[in-house]
Design a binder for this molecule. Structure first.
Ligand SMILES: [Zn+2]
Length: 124
């Protein structure tokens, strides 16, 4: 987050994740509902000014959200950590993980591995 360009998808993503209406997001950013809708729909370009405000709000929102999460770790953690990889769901147990390999679709649990393996065998 932050370095990549702000896109209409990213605006919608933040809004959906927080359950904010376009009006609510507009209030937080000092603009109108219809302006938000136009940016999301691509009928207006995303300005530099908007980008700065949006990135600040996004950062603050995700930092706040991180404070209330329960994190299980198999490794010692420092006092502060920034997670750069996107968490994904194990396709068997549906729990969230940051997988060691980007292409993993299943967690390291033995039962999940077995189920996943059986599924991919069936598919052939
Ligand atoms: Zn699993």
């Amino acid at each position: 987050m932050g370095r990549q360009a702000v896109t209409s998808t990213r605006i919608k993503q933040l809004r959906d994740a927080q359950g904010w209406s376009a009006y609510e997001l507009g209030c937080k950013l000092g603009c109108t509902r219809s302006y938000i809708k136009s940016l999301e729909g691509g009928s207006l370009p995303i300005t530099h000014r908007f980008t700065l405000r949006f990135v600040a709000l996004e950062r603050q929102t995700y930092a706040q959200a991180a404070r209330h999460k329960q994190i299980c770790t198999r490794h010692p953690l420092p006092r502060q950590i920034t997670i750069l990889a996107r968490p994904r769901k194990c396709c068997v147990c549906k729990a969230w993980f940051i997988f060691p390999n980007t292409h993993d679709r299943v967690c390291t649990d033995r039962q999940c591995r077995r189920t996943y393996h059986a599924r991919t065998q069936e598919a052939r």
